[in-house]
Ligand binder design. Structure first.
Ligand SMILES: NC(=O)N[C@@H](CC(=O)O)C(=O)O
Ligand SMILES: [Zn+2]
Ligand SMILES: [Zn+2]
Length: 429
């Protein structure tokens, strides 16, 4: 197969030849006899995005998401590889827990990795016996699933990961710095009427940098490779970089701030929480200038019934895997970000950090994970149009550029209307 007239993020217009799921040539390619051609019509061809932080919820919470619905949502957003987090039921903290998840992951239509998690009753021997994508997210404070661990367990887990040569991804918040007084008193009504700004005041910005500092210290003591998940403050990003760790930011911390809490209510409750508009802008700058390595979604779907509770009862987390690349391309169209930067933070950089040499690049020898975008076809994001089981988005009404089609290893998994029958594979097997 030949994809003709594709514009790459660097502006080159090329043809791409795909054979047996791999890119075998990129350049000015004459068609060969009997070869099928897909005309890209000079639209933008990006490597399939790698979202290293999603919660596909299965096993245990199939009412929120499944590997089938989550992976379809990813494919419809140009994402062709994901890494799933361990706060499922059972938790992915033992060999058995890993195997239970691997069974379900077979239902994915895109490629994936499975992370191992840490709890006081984890079983590192059997867990590290499995092909882990990473150890993480290691929760330094409780979040959905209440998997927060103490300093000693974190240090010993980092040592095990270093021995195994597995990177460690860290949910960095220090609960001792949370401001309990912020969530006492009147917290508004349920769902959209709740005062989610109080959540931001409670899980204060200062709690992030302190936890990042501890994580990078443990990283250098143990020799473990540390990657900070969902950094939400410029202070957290700077502490990660100074300590030699890589870091990611979510789309919600790039595009939403405490100014949106009034409208979102509990639909804007997540960990770490939304930050001030000033900090949001600082995060965007650090993304644009290269200080942040990766955008990853922390896709954390919950049902509207669950979200339509009081601020304290509603679970934390928002969906995002389908809207990440569309939002970033929307920002690129506005001139806020270069296309090369978008390509690097969603594909090349996660591939480098998590050692996926086959993924994240449009070059000879790489997997033909690809997505095509018409930058003139930006449209309004609507929860009703998305494919996550949860059925809502915190980005309702934002503008995004969605893929015309998405391919996994040369097979069309999304053609703009329907899903193809693609069997996702574990990238570590
Ligand atoms: N981010 C969230 O608010 N929630 C995540 C867990 C997490 O990543 O902390 C979830 O699994 O719901
Ligand atoms: Zn987290
Ligand atoms: Zn998460």
């Amino acid at each position: 197969m030949r994809i003709s007239n594709a514009t790459l993020a660097d502006g080159r217009v090329v043809d791409v030849r795909v054979e047996d799921g791999e890119i075998v040539a990129v350049g000015d390619l004459d068609p060969v006899d009997g070869e099928s051609t897909i005309d890209a019509d000079e639209n933008l061809l990006l490597p399939g995005a790698i979202d290293v932080h999603v919660h596909f919820r299965e096993p245990g919470f199939e009412h929120k998401e499944t590997w089938e619905t989550g992976s379809r949502s990813a494919a419809a957003g140009g994402v062709t590889t994901i890494a799933d987090q361990p706060n499922t039921d059972p938790t992915t903290t033992t060999g058995e827990g890993f195997d239970a998840k691997a069974d379900r992951a077979a239902g994915a239509c895109i490629d994936y990795g499975i992370n191992g998690g840490v709890t006081p009753d984890w079983d590192p021997d059997s867990l590290f016996d499995r092909p882990l994508f990473a150890l993480g997210e290691v929760f330094l404070a409780d979040s959905t699933g209440d998997m927060g661990i103490d300093a000693d367990l974190f240090a010993s887990a980092a040592e095990r990961a270093a021995e195994a040569g597995v990177p460690v991804t860290v949910h960095a918040e220090d609960a001792t710095l949370f401001d309990e007084s912020a969530i006492e008193g009147d917290l508004g009504g349920a769902g959209r009427d709740a005062d989610s700004d109080a959540w931001s005041a409670y899980r204060r910005a200062e709690a992030e940098a302190a936890a990042v500092e501890r994580a990078v210290r443990v990283g250098s003591e143990s020799g473990a490779q540390i990657h900070i998940a969902h950094t939400s403050t410029p202070e957290g990003v700077d502490a990660a970089r100074e300590g030699g760790a890589t870091c990611e930011v979510t789309p919600h911390h790039l595009f939403l701030s405490r100014d949106d809490c009034d409208e979102l209510g509990t639909y804007g409750r997540m960990n770490p929480p939304l930050r001030s508009e000033e900090r949001r802008e600082a995060m965007f700058e650090r993304l644009a200038d290269g200080h942040i390595d990766v955008v990853a979604t922390d896709h954390a779907p919950h049902t509207t019934d669950e979200k339509d509770q009081s601020l304290l009862d509603a679970p934390s987390g928002v969906p995002g895997v389908e809207t990440m690349v569309p939002l970033l391309l929307g920002a690129a169209v506005e001139g806020d970000l270069s296309l090369e930067r978008v390509r690097d933070v969603v594909a090349a950089n996660p591939a480098d950090i998590f050692d996926l040499p086959q993924k994240g690049r449009i070059e000879e020898g790489a997997d033909a994970d690809l997505a095509l975008y018409d930058l003139d076809a930006a449209r309004e994001i609507r929860g009703d149009d998305l494919h996550s089981k949860c059925g809502w988005t915190p980005f309702e009404g934002f503008t995004g550029v969605f893929p015309e089609w998405t391919m996994v290893r040369g097979e069309t998994v999304w053609d703009g209307e329907e899903f193809g029958d693609v069997a996702g594979e574990n990238v570590r097997v």
